[in-house]
Design a protein around this ligand. Sequence first.
Ligand code: DC
Length: 225
Amino acid sequence: MIAAAVRQIAIAVDGPASSGKGTVARRVANRLGFQLVDTGAMYRTVALAALRADVDLNDAAAVEQIARGIRFRFAFNGGDLTVEADGEDVTEVIRDQPVGAAASIVATHAGVRTALLGLQRALGAGGGVVMDGRDIGTVVLPSAELKVYLDASLDARAERRWRQLPDGDFEQVRAELAERDRRDTSRAIAPLACADEAVRIDTTGIGVESVVEFIVTLAKARQAR
Ligand code: DC
């Protein structure tokens, strides 16, 4: 018997901070045996390098130069993604809250986005990939076979984030998230947006596994087409 060819599709997962897209993208990639590409990790790595070099985050030219100089390496072994920058494992340190806030600032610079775009497209080119970010369905992989936009109310997202912080203040967490939303959706270049053809999923009150199951079902249907 000859098995039907399964297409190596690209899956774009976009959505605001703490919408659950990172966890969902990782599990979907795992289930399908696809490569995971976390584009937020790239912006976070640029932000980390800028912070360490004591560069003004609003200095577009200086931050672009930093972005262009970083050699990234991603390893996705089953459940976990490891991010390396110039040989250093930055997987953990880029998750720090100040790095996330700085990432949202460096991501507003056109030169920084262009510097990372080529790498992101190259990683997505062959298909068999789940890529998550803010502009994957709209800018990075506009011809992705499946586009998903994950959303949840500000309160639900703030609560998720707050539960991860041992001694965080809920109101402060919520205010920081609102500010990140404002910056990510209002920037001039490649703002966070839901692509017209994206499947929009509101994850407020829905467990991760149900969302993963739904996306895997959609992906298998697209692969079989
Ligand atoms: O998904 P994240 O929280 O790791 O992303 C960190 C920041 O990077 C986010 O505030 C906006 C930016 N980002 C972006 O502008 N475009 C992407 N494709 C991914 C992330």
